[in-house]
Design a protein around this ligand. Sequence first.
Ligand code: S3P
Length: 440
Amino acid sequence: MASVVFLVAPGGSLKGEIRVPGDKSISHRSIMLGAIAEGVTKVRGFLEAEDALATLAAFRAMGVKIERSENGELTIYGVGKRGLVGAKESLYLGNSGTSMRLLSGLLAGQKFSSVLTGDDSLSKRPMTRVTDPLALMGAVIGTTENGTAPLYIEDMPSLKGISYEMPMASAQVKSCLLLAGLYAEGETCVTEPAPTRDHTERMLEGFGYSVKREGGQVCLTGGGELKGTEIDVPADISSAAFFMVGASIAKDSDVLLKHVGINPTRTGVIDILKLMGADITLSNEQVVGGEPVADIRIRSAELKGINIPEELVPLAIDEFPVLFVAAACAKGQTVLTGAEELRVKESDRIQAMADGLEQLGIDAKATVDGMIIQGAEEGLSAGKVDSHGDHRIAMAFSIAALRAKGNIEIDDCENVNTSFPEFIELAASLGLMVKVSTDG
Ligand code: S3P
């Protein structure tokens, strides 16, 4: 198959004002909860990218009418909690771990069976982290012998609530169990070892469903109903992160990112960059539909290496590829620990980033649960790197070119479309010198 290649010329600055596309996590959840609510849900700012569209297509296949206009506006005609119908074929969820893990919970208690499939990357990712606790609730879900997709979910009219302590900090596992809990008898409680994104909890409340939260525990009681609502999806902080790092490391840069979601379970990237010495200011802070948003201004700064506090890891979990680039351009050593989850993302992000950085002349050592990076203030060398089909790795290495001594060529970039199809256009509008070609 032809591969999309990004070729990025070295240097330059980032300047200007942009709004990056809608938050991926919130977009997925808006479809899922809108579909099973009573009445109509209107969504603004929906992320029109492959992952969120895979969730949309799955619900259409289960009989939900969803109207989509060109500018990210959706109207979802909710069918109520028991109104979904079994899809005629298996539900193909592409590259999207969030679609598969959250849907497995939502579909575990339906009166019809379902099969969930994904692309090569998704078919390698661990699914027993959701199927094991779902089995404790009474669900019957088959996986491959490696515990991976396809998932075969049997019809199961009665689940029962459980109290579950998650072995890892995962918002996907927590959300999966809460969605199954909507269909379960009695109370479902999930305890997390560290705070993770809480969009499911906030959105359930927005749909009028009561959620109890205390310390690290979230509980809900099955049997209630959701009422259609209006959702305003903020710009995705995980997409904004590329330009936060880009504007920090490139000389003479000044970027304003508009209306970015700053839910405190997502702002680890801001805290980590500030610890490294970044110049970041927030303005226009407001709460929109239960989610805090702000405009974020970033100007060039001299970054320094740090030991990344482990409690920030789950709060910045998707931003490490580009944070490693920040570390590569910082003065001194950066050490990340406690981030073994990075090994089971769309790619093994520890290995893929360490290999790519080494390729670009940086001393980056992968460890079991993180990385040790020696910053090179003089920048990175020219070179060719492989994104391993991982959207965030492709975008992170594009940003690295701002401090490179020659061109950086990145292979296998088509999956940037899973989360940020406008990346090239927006990055170029700010000043990144990037070209796209198709190889093969
Ligand atoms: C997500 C949770 C995180 C994150 C993913 C989106 C979500 O995954 O990496 O991109 O929307 O709940 P984990 O729960 O596996 O950490």
